[in-house]
Design a protein around this ligand. Sequence first.
Ligand SMILES: Nc1ncnc2c1ncn2[C@@H]1O[C@H](COP(=O)(O)OP(=O)(O)OP(=O)(O)O)[C@@H](O)[C@H]1O
Length: 311
Amino acid sequence: MVIVAEDVRREYGDTVALDGVSLSIDDGEVYALIGPNGAGKTTLIRALTGTTDYEGRVELFGTDPQTADAERLGLLPQSFSPPERLTARELVDYYGGLYDHARPTDEVLADVGMAEHADTWYEKLSGGQQRRTCVAVALVNDPDLLVLDEPTTAIDPAGRRSLWDLLDSLVAGGTTVLLTTHSMAEAERLADRVGLLADGDLVAEGTPRELVEAYGGQSRLTVDTEGAVADAAASAVEGAGYRVATTGRGIVVRDAMPEDIAPIVDALGAADVSYHALRWERPDLESVYLALTGTGVTETGEAVEREEAAA
Ligand SMILES: Nc1ncnc2c1ncn2[C@@H]1O[C@H](COP(=O)(O)OP(=O)(O)OP(=O)(O)O)[C@@H](O)[C@H]1O
């Protein structure tokens, strides 16, 4: 195990940031922490990497995080403010100089797509270019464990994808990755396992597929019609044996699988119901997130506050 945490707690005054979190991360694994703002993700990252105090037990590389071998850890904090009047190259050079074995600066900058801007002062880089430079700093010591707190925030979609590819290649080379993200697509794309933190508790953990199966709810087919024909659409589809909810904009067929689409279309056609759009959606990690973090998805597919959903 690269990381083992048992019953980790952290309070800031009256605020309980971590309320007894236990997890472990295996060699070569990619683990994504997700959860709402203030859930405790950054605090957990800081406890696991020895950058904040905590109660409970943490082992990083089999030892206390405060004394663990810094050469083996690459850390991208959520907020990282390097000196602004240094160029990207000077920054990576500087941080590389803190390690016994640093990778060549230009190679690392090329990895994060910053070769062209290597000679620009940090303060003159765009937000996304600054974030890429910070990722380069985390990579410069060729770490065994890469800990990235919201690595792709501010990075454009193409840059995000190339960073995902870069992480893939590092993982193929044996690197373990722990990251936090607000992008469910990113967690689903990268993570072997996902941990969902809410109010300082790890409320769910598993592979993306396990989480979707356990908490994602049902697949559904949404049929958009004129409001006036929604009832006719509902009775046609109910008549074909399906469970249907009516919305202001049409109907939602719950628990519909891809093979149900054709019979539903036939039933609508036979009843002469016209519709503008038909959408089939399977639950994904976002459905899990909504279900477990205080918002839910109604049977009509709309996200609502949990209290409202329960009412
Ligand atoms: N240095 C601090 N002093 C006081 N309270 C803090 C401090 N750091 C975090 N907190 C509090 O601890 C809780 C958890 O914060 P944390 O930054 O770990 O959340 P997060 O899940 O990383 O949120 P985000 O998604 O917004 O980054 C919050 O209530 C926050 O206000």
